[in-house]
Design a protein around this ligand. Structure first.
Ligand SMILES: *Cc1c(COP(=O)(O)O)cnc(C)c1O
Length: 435
């Protein structure tokens, strides 16, 4: 399968090139050249299949031409080492719990898949060791570091701003060891990002070593997210037979929902999607007015959705041939300010006993307001609520326990390399450490 760039000015890439490059040379996003329909027989019996079987069928449609069957199966099974159950919250509303992975957020799925696919290409080519550089303000670093942990042939360097990530987040990428190196930069997140960008542009570093990023726009991070949409549908078919399924996605950069839209193009019988925004509502506005006006993001309770110019908007446009009416017929919008998010968490907990995280609250709230007769809704619960412990305790006035696997990170020993924000220092560090 070839991948084209949404900007249309770059040559088509192979899967391997698209995965290693991340962004196309014309700064566009890679899209698969064709989208395969899955046969009706697959959907007719989907509820009898396991998560791994469903995911492999979908993975084969995307990657089967480029990755041998046995290896692809292995990558899919290793990636999905945890369940993604649809849990009933109240009449007609289900939570698709995407937080049962190692870092308790849905980004585990994409990060684990991408790391294994990259590892596959490294081994197949007998290529040089690949060095992944990633700057993080918190969550990306933990998903990427844990995703790549122990994958042969890959070294990961996570750069984070000293004193500016939460203690839980810091533990998730500084206590791992093995092939993961955490670099504590005396500066801001922007300084970290600048160091990584400079490293990618440095001729000396790139001549001797293979450097890549694990950015969320990478096709190997975003496409695998479609697996759990198919599995959600399979579960709903059993739980609410005969009803039409609506899937609501708390959205920031729109990678997650775009993966669901790919599923719909492959024939997944989801009736429609709801994209739920926080106060960063450029997509919501676009659906209402037809105008796309990106602007700087504002900070909210659902901070992983604080995006003022969603990068995957270009993919949504490409998927629907720039036709806003086609987009509107598949996706409706919703928007939740911080007050409404807090009120939704409080009300849901009081009425049902189910604790939402601030992102999932945008999903649950949109389904409460937007389901029509005959429809049943699933929202994606994108992170475990105790990742936002202080906020949810303050909002509900109750105390909650942090799950054991999150606590385990906190007991580990922090190991990180202190570094200034000067590129010269970073470069000499890398020259010693890169393979
Ligand atoms: C990244 C993230 C989102 C937003 O996902 P997008 O793919 O950027 O739309 C929502 N919730 C949580 C917890 C996240 O980490």
């Amino acid at each position: 399968m070839k991948y084209y760039s949404t900007n249309g000015k770059a040559a088509k890439a192979t899967l391997e090139e698209a995965v290693v490059k991340g962004l196309a040379p014309d700064k566009g996003l890679y899209m698969p050249e064709s989208i395969k329909q899955l046969p009706k027989s697959f959907y007719d019996t989907i509820e009898t299949k396991s998560f791994h079987e469903i995911a492999y069928t979908v993975a084969d449609a995307f990657f089967g031409e480029d990755v041998e069957a046995e290896s692809l199966k292995q990558i899919v099974c290793d990636t999905l080492s945890f369940d993604v159950p649809a849990v009933k919250v109240k009449e007609n509303i289900y939570s698709l719990e995407l937080f049962h992975g190692p870092t308790l957020a849905f980004k585990d799925v994409g990060a684990r898949f991408m790391s294994r696919l990259l590892g596959y290409f490294v081994r197949k080519e007998g290529a040089k060791e690949v060095n992944v550089l990633v700057a993080t303000s918190g969550d990306t670093g933990s998903a990427v570091a844990n995703g790549f942990l122990g994958v042969d042939g890959i070294q990961v360097f996570v750069l984070y701003p000293k004193g500016k990530v939460s203690p839980i987040q810091e533990c998730q990428f500084t206590t791992l060891g093995k092939n993961i190196t955490a670099i504590e930069v005396d500066g801001t997140f922007d300084d970290c990002q600048a160091l990584v960008k400079n490293a990618f542009m440095d001729p000396e570093l790139n001549a001797k070593h293979k450097l890549t990023s694990a950015n969320s726009i990478n096709v190997a991070r975003f496409l695998p997210q479609s697996f759990y949409y198919f599995y959600a549908y399979a579960q709903m078919k059993k739980l609410e037979p005969g009803k039409e399924v609506v899937i609501c996605v708390p959205s920031g950069n729109f990678g997650n929902i775009t993966a669901g839209l790919f599923g719909k193009k492959m024939g997944l019988p989801v009736k429609r999607f709801i994209a739920s925004n926080n106060s960063n509502d450029v997509f919501y506005e676009y659906l209402q007015t037809g105008q796309y006006n990106p602007r700087p993001s504002v900070q909210t309770l659902a901070n992983a959705m604080d995006v003022g110019d969603p990068s995957n908007f270009a993919r949504v446009l490409a998927l629907y041939g720039q036709d806003i009416e086609a987009i509107r017929s598949d996706i409706s919008g919703a928007r939740f300010g911080d007050e409404e998010i807090a009120e939704t968490i409080r009300r849901c907990y009081r009425e049902t006993g189910y604790l939402l995280d601030p992102h999932g609250a945008c999903g649950y709230g949109a389904l409460e307001a937007g389901l029509k007769p005959g429809e049943t809704g699933v929202f994606l619960e994108t992170a475990h609520p105790t990742k936002f412990l202080e906020k949810v305790e303050e909002i509900t006035g109750e105390q909650f326990e942090i799950p054991e696997r999150l606590q385990a990170f906190m007991r580990g020993t922090k190991q990180s390399e202190p570094l200034s924000k000067e590129f010269g220092d970073f470069k000499s560090f890398l020259l010693q450490r890169l393979k």
